[in-house]
Design a protein around this ligand. Sequence first.
Ligand SMILES: [Zn+2]
Ligand SMILES: [Zn+2]
Length: 173
Amino acid sequence: MLVDIVPVGSVSAEVKRAASTALRSVYDCEVSITDSQSIPSGAYDDGRNQYSAEAFIQLAERAGRGEKNIAITPHDLFYRRRNYVFGLAYLDGSGSVVSTYRLQTSSDGGFSNKSAADIFQDRVRKEIVHEIGHTYGLEHCDNNRCVMNFSPTVREVDIKEENLCGSCQRLIS
Ligand SMILES: [Zn+2]
Ligand SMILES: [Zn+2]
């Protein structure tokens, strides 16, 4: 299984590295990274001042060479009526996307023993593992420590772990 990371816009080397390490460790897959892509035309909504997550998924499917392809972008994404999304994927699809835009914000979760940079990287890893989980057919999990738990705020992202819980793990193996 090859997962291809498709950077869209200016994505730092640290973010790319965090994403590929997390994917390798959780899914035991191969990971490659494409050249940086420009923002898909028509993705920007000037009423919302945000970008369509679905347009980024389609770009990941076009530009990626993997069985699974995940776009990573610093731009703020929306999906339907939700004010923002950290990422989006279709169940059992081949494309997905994660935005780092809102993962930089501080949380009141009290993780003062970690640097802001470490907390940010942890969030990136979790959201990447989460979206790829959907492409493997995993739905949201009630276990708030499981990476497949629905986490609409960074606080919930910080609480969950980078790994699949036992039940989710069994569903994909
Ligand atoms: Zn989800
Ligand atoms: Zn789970």
